[in-house]
Ligand binder design. Sequence first.
Ligand code: GTP
Ligand code: MG
Length: 318
Amino acid sequence: MTELEYGVLKGVGGSTINRLLKAGFTTVEAVAATPARELAEKAGLGAETAEKVALLALMHVDPGFVPAMEVLQRRRMMMRCTTGSKELDRILAGGVETGSITEFIGEYGSGKTQICLTLSVMAQLPPEQGGLGGGVAVIDAEGTFLPERIVQIAAARGMDPKEVLSNIFIAKCYNSDHLSILIDNLPGIIEEKNVKLVVIDSIISHFRGEYLGRENLSERQQKLGNCLHRLMRLAETMNVAVVVTNQVQASPTVVYGDPNRPTGGNVLAHACTHRVYLRKGRKNTRIAKIIDSPSLPEREARFIITEKGIEDVEEAGD
Ligand code: GTP
Ligand code: MG
């Protein structure tokens, strides 16, 4: 992270820098993660100045073409957060990674929210214990992210529930425009509270509810794509793990096998780095499968939902 101060962005005057600082942009990365239009609105900049600032900030964080060795070294700075289940961690090559978007897809009750809740607790563990050593920002679009459950999971894992709660910041999200505003507010809270994990549960429900009918599909997809694009930029520039949940819809053309397909179409499929499909198993067990990832093979894992959130079936003594 580079602190925003006069002289860091060559050619940007002191008064512009002051306006940005006043609006809460304290690092160059935060400026780079924000579209010029937003910078103009929030910091009260003219359109041209905002464009220039946005471009310079992007050039600062984006060094252009770099040797592949450097890309490899940068990827080594990436951290992974344990999900609470070693099996699920195994198919994710160690857990949910920073710098990427990981998507959990599944029908109602498949465990999406329980995974998010458990991750929000685990992310606070120090890296040597499998966590990210940081806070968590949650965008709750379904009103199911219950603090009581966080308390239960933390206590069952021997962590101090009060401390765990104090590092999780939850924003209720009322509609898709609100989602967009909340995403804009993420860089601020990430910096201020040392957030390492961003959870959006779910990314799709408001869009599905608001844009009904084929004629509205392209506008919906455009807005969804815009949100995801900003999330990806945030994950990369601020090195945070972004986890989103997605629902399924039954495909009428499937005659045998699982008729459920992820919602959100190609926009969501392409925006998320890793996709994990969840389905229900026996009792409280769930089966997770990697369905689309540039680096992970298509493997399956079994886990169970307990007082610890999610954990391995064997550990729960099943
Ligand atoms: P939707 O949001 O409805 O699409 O579903 P989801 O995929 O988010 O499901 P969720 O993660 O909420 O999983 C719900 C399931 O978790 C329930 O069917 C319960 O089996 C289990 N569950 C929820 N809370 C608890 C709990 O406190 N203890 C235990 N042991 N299981 C729980
Ligand atoms: Mg849920």
